[in-house]
Design a protein around this ligand. Structure first.
Ligand code: GSH
Length: 224
């Protein structure tokens, strides 16, 4: 059985999860794969303890074990899962569309998950009085000025970024998760708001839904 190492923690306002770990969790669910989640302590990740460094040389999450294989980086893991477990396909079949999907996945990773989203998400893991409100507002402003206008123009008539739901949409599942907790007003961007709601309706979202307690969010596809 595949083991996913990631960070998840319960708070009174919901279960918070690593955005990159959530990307991999969504793909495991979309593929209907059996897996179990090993929770990594945030303190061990920040301190870069040897046990984590042995599995992920940058001391981050997520990483997975699949039999003999240990693999890190959510994008690489998701590509591996899509190759090793081809059904349902999460990339288009023709070469050019596949390249577009990968480019959009990279856009989300570099432009959103590595840039604006942590400014909003990291403070939610701290007590309310310690949250840097300016940083959170800078993150929201980045989404409003750079990311949402792009989504408004790029979302295709299928309702996803690259034809059918694909790896390009997976990072935006994590955006949907973060903004559900944050409550940011997205109503000025109707196409984006509808997209985020559409992503939240997918069955795979249940395992990253902040309303899903830890005990219920591990390997649902395998259990059903
Ligand atoms: N490119 C990596 C990024 C991984 C990443 O930054 N993970 C965060 C949690 S969402 C982490 O472990 N941060 C701890 C750190 O950067 O020290 C991926 O996609 O997996």
């Amino acid at each position: 059985m595949i083991v996913l190492y990631t960070m998840e923690r319960e708070y009174p306002y919901g279960t918070l999860r690593s955005t990159n770990g959530s990307k991999t969790k969504v793909v495991l669910e979309e593929k209907g794969l059996g897996y179990r989640v090993e929770l990594v302590r945030p303190g061990d990740v920040w301190k870069k303890v040897p046990e984590i460094l042995a599995k992920h040389p940058l001391g981050k999450v997520p990483f997975i074990e699949d039999g003999e294989l240990t693999l890190f980086d959510s994008t690489v893991i998701n590509e591996y899962l899509n190759d090793a477990y081809p059904e349902p396909a999460l990339l288009p079949s023709d070469v050019v569309s596949r390249a577009h999907a990968r480019a959009l996945e990279n856009y989300a990773d570099e432009g959103v998950l590595s840039q604006y989203l942590p400014l909003i998400w990291m403070p939610w893991w701290s007590p309310a009085e310690q949250r840097d409100q300016d940083s959170m507002e800078r993150g929201r402003e980045g989404l409003r000025t750079a990311i949402f206008p792009f989504l408004e123009s790029r979302l295709s008539e299928t309702g996803y970024l690259c034809g059918a739901f694909s790896l390009a949409d997976v990072p935006f599942m994590a955006v949907a998760m973060v903004l559900q907790v944050d409550g940011m007003d997205v109503s000025g961007f109707p196409v984006t708001a509808a997209y985020l709601d559409r992503l939240r309706q997918r069955p795979s979202y249940r395992v990253i839904d902040p309303n899903t307690p830890l005990a219920e969010s591990v390997g649902l596809a395998a259990a059903s």
